[in-house]
Design a binder for this molecule. Sequence first.
Ligand SMILES: [Zn+2]
Ligand SMILES: [Zn+2]
Length: 374
Amino acid sequence: MTTDYYELLEVTQTASAEEIKRSFRRLAVQYHPDKNPDNPEAEAKFKELAKAYETLSDAERRERYDRFGPDESINIGDPFGTGSMGGLGDLFDAFFGAGGSFGGGRSRGPSGPPRGPDLEAVAQLTFTEAVFGAQHDVTVRTAVTCEVCDGVGAAEGSSVSTCSDCGGTGEVRSVRQTMLGQIVSASVCRTCGGQGQVVLDPCEECSGDGRVVTDKTYTVDIPAGVDSGATLRLTGRGAVGSRGGPPGDLYVKVKAAAHDRFVRQGVDLIHDLPITMTQAALGHHISYETLDGDEDLVIPKGTQSGRVFRLKGRGVPHLGGRGRGDLLVRTIVATPTDLRPAEVELLEQLAQLRGEEVVPADGGLLSRIRSAFK
Ligand SMILES: [Zn+2]
Ligand SMILES: [Zn+2]
């Protein structure tokens, strides 16, 4: 494995802070232990990346690194030895946010079992489920506490003991004297993987991990007024951590189906209602189907295309609030395109009565005579 931090982070020596950050973020996601369970190589690479990023993301440290190279020089500015892994938790919080998608794997303390990973599920809702809310089942592949060992990871009759290499702290420290003073470096204990405890006789059911993989179904309360793109967080419904670690969270992404008539615009619903030329001119009275049942809708005579009729409170409920939006019915006057000759004649008579000049675009008289003989 290369120890050149620039090479590790796949950037050039002249890369900007932003470029380094971007590259690290991409690689960190790729090699994150959550994405590579039981892969010590990926874990080692991940730690190397974190170490390299810790140095190169700090302008002062980066300069020192450029001049003196890697070795232990990264700890010179850190005489109290918070160590190369010390800032990793914060590093990840900064990137993914506490409890973010990659929140799993963070430790509660040096010897606490790690929190389980967060999970993601999609709730595919009908249009009305999203508008009015619903109880919706989602099934996720998750990790649950092993029932055989009750999450401890040890076989029956055996137990978990404190790691002798790190004394239960999960961390090993080394101290060196240099001309610049004492340098302390700390790293995760290899023997116990940072957990501070070791299982001597692992449980057969879970191979000592304390959890097993299974499918689980949760009923999610979908609040009224949600829309596609919303994410609901179910605290503690993620996978459990290994050896009794607390569970992560479950994030449920909402996808709402489209409606065949209504388009959502915030809390309002919009419907383009086609009406005929004669209905628009003479007026019309229809029974109009809303999400709450049929309602009378009166289209007055002389209605123009694009006129909006507002049905108060027939829209979408305010998410987490009171009241509902409106239903806006917008009339679209449909011009007839399939006129028979008799109808053409009537319309021409109408135009004459009203003194409206009509010069047909298709040549008028001649083509009308032709079509009459078809
Ligand atoms: Zn077990
Ligand atoms: Zn240990």
